[in-house]
Design a protein around this ligand. Structure first.
Ligand SMILES: *Cc1c(COP(=O)(O)O)cnc(C)c1O
Length: 368
C-alpha cells in the first residue's frame, strides 16, 4: 500500500531524544522545550512561542488566552478539521461557520462581514492544505470591527503570504506537530504571538493556572497542555530540516502537476499570486464531468494499493455542532461542493518519485 502519509525523521532526532532519556529530563522541563520554542519563534519571526500537547489544545489554549468565552462568537471557516469548532465549544463560545473560497478552500473574506454580529469577538483563519488564506482583507475587517484574528497554521508551516510566514500574521497563531505535519513531534502543538499578554496568559493556563501569588493555589481553571522535553527534542531536530521538508513537498507537487496535467477529469491545486503554498497535501478535485465520482475513484485507488483521503466534512454538517449553529438558514454551497469532490493523494515526506509515478499512472488508467 502506498500510504497517504509517511514521515521522515531527521538524523539529529536520535541524539537529541537519547539525550533526554540519558539525562532523565523526560517530562516538561528541560533544555529542548526552550530551544524548540526559541527556534520556532525565530523561524516564524514572532516574539513568543509556547509548546502544547497537540494542535487541538493549541487552538483551545489560544482561545482561552484571548479570554473568549460564553456569549462570544467566533467566525470559523466551514471546511476544516473539527478541532477548530471544538476549540470554540471548549471555551463556551459559539462558532459561526462561514463558507469558503472555491479556489483555495480557505475562508472567503467577502462573506465574513455578513457573519459579524454584536457578539463577534474573533475570526479564526485556517491555511488549508498548506495554502495561505487571503490575510490582508481579513485583517482589515478585523481592525475595522475590533476583532482578534487567530490563525490555524497546522497545515502550513513555512507557507508565505506576501512574503510573510503564516501563523505570525494574525494576533495569535496555532500549529500542530502531529505525525503527518511538516514539522512533527509525534503529537504536539505550538501557540505563537507578538502580544506579550496573550503569551503570558497561555503559559499560565497551560500549566494548571497556578496562582502567581502562591504555587498549588488556583483562582481560575487551567489545563495541563504541557509538551514533553522528548517531543521538543524531536521537534527541534525536525525544525532544523524544515527547508528540506518544504523542498520535498514542492518537488512532489511539481511531479504530480506534470504527470497529471493531461487528466482533464481532475482539477489540480492552484496557487494565488500572493501565496507560496507548502503543499502539505496534494489536494485535487474530481471535475463535475468526470466519468467516475470522487468516492469511486478513492475506492478504486485503494483496490490498487493507493491510499488517499477525502476533504474534510463541512463543520455545519457535523452532528456535534448542531446545537450551536446560530442560523440554520445559512448555506455553504462551496464547502459542500469541495467536500464532495476533493481528495488528497499520497503526500508524505517519505514519498518516492517511483511511488508518485505509480499513483499518477494508476489515475491515468482510471480517468480521461
Ligand atoms: C492537524 C490539524 C489540527 C489538529 O492538530 P492535532 O495535533 O491533531 O490536534 C488543527 N487544525 C488543522 C487545520 C489541522 O490540520
Amino acid at each position: 500500500m502506498i500510504p497517504v502519509n509517511e514521515p521522515l525523521i531527521a538524523p539529529n532526532a536520535i541524539p537529541y531524544v537519547t539525550d533526554c532519556l540519558k539525562t532523565g529530563w523526560i517530562s516538561s522541563s528541560g533544555i529542548y522545550i526552550d530551544k524548540f520554542e526559541t527556534a520556532f519563534a525565530k523561524y516564524l519571526d514572532v516574539s513568543f512561542a509556547t509548546t502544547t500537547t497537540n494542535g487541538t489544545t493549541a487552538l483551545h489554549l489560544a482561545l482561552a488566552a484571548i479570554s473568549l468565552g460564553p456569549g462570544d462568537e467566533i467566525i470559523i471557516p466551514d471546511l476544516t478539521i473539527a478541532s477548530c469548532g471544538l476549540a470554540a465549544v471548549y471555551v463556551g463560545a459559539t462558532p459561526v461557520f462561514v463558507d469558503v473560497d472555491p479556489a483555495t478552500g480557505n475562508i472567503n473574506p467577502r462573506l465574513i462581514e455578513k457573519a459579524i454580529t454584536k457578539r463577534t469577538k474573533a475570526i479564526m483563519v485556517v491555511h488549508l492544505y498548506g495554502h495561505p488564506a487571503d490575510m490582508d482583507p481579513i485583517m482589515a475587517i478585523a481592525r475595522k470591527h475590533k476583532l482578534i484574528v487567530i490563525e490555524d497554521a497546522a497545515e502550513a508551516h513555512g507557507a508565505l503570504y506576501k512574503g510573510k510566514k503564516v501563523g505570525g500574521i494574525g494576533d495569535i497563531g496555532c500549529f500542530s506537530f502531529y505525525g503527518n505535519k511538516i514539522v512533527t513531534t509525534g503529537e504536539g502543538g505550538m501557540v505563537v504571538t507578538n502580544h506579550k499578554p496573550y503569551y503570558e496568559r497561555a503559559k499560565v493556563l497551560k500549566d494548571l493556572a497556578h496562582s502567581p501569588k502562591r504555587r498549588f493555589y488556583h483562582e481560575e481553571v487551567g489545563y495541563n497542555f504541557r509538551m514533553t522535553n522528548m517531543q521538543a527534542a524531536l521537534g527541534l531536530a525536525q525544525l532544523e530540516r524544515i527547508e528540506t521538508y518544504i523542498h520535498i513537498k514542492l518537488r512532489m507537487k511539481k511531479q504530480y502537476h506534470e504527470q497529471l496535467s493531461s487528466v482533464s477529469s481532475l482539477i489540480l491545486p492552484s496557487q494565488a499570486l500572493w501565496a507560496k503554498s507548502v503543499y502539505w497535501m496534494y489536494a485535487v478535485l474530481v471535475s463535475k464531468n468526470s466519468p467516475i465520482d470522487r468516492d469511486t475513484l478513492r475506492m478504486k485507488l485503494k483496490e490498487k494499493g493507493i491510499d488517499t483521503r477525502d476533504y474534510f466534512i463541512p463543520l455545519h454538517r457535523q452532528p456535534v455542532f448542531k446545537n450551536v449553529l446560530t442560523s440554520k438558514k445559512i448555506s455553504y454551497p462551496v464547502s459542500d461542493d469541495l467536500s464532495k469532490r476533493g481528495l488528497y493523494l499520497p503526500s508524505g515526506l517519505a514519498i518516492t518519485d517511483k511511488q508518485i509515478k505509480t499513483v499518477t499512472d494508476t489515475i491515468k488508467q482510471m480517468l480521461p
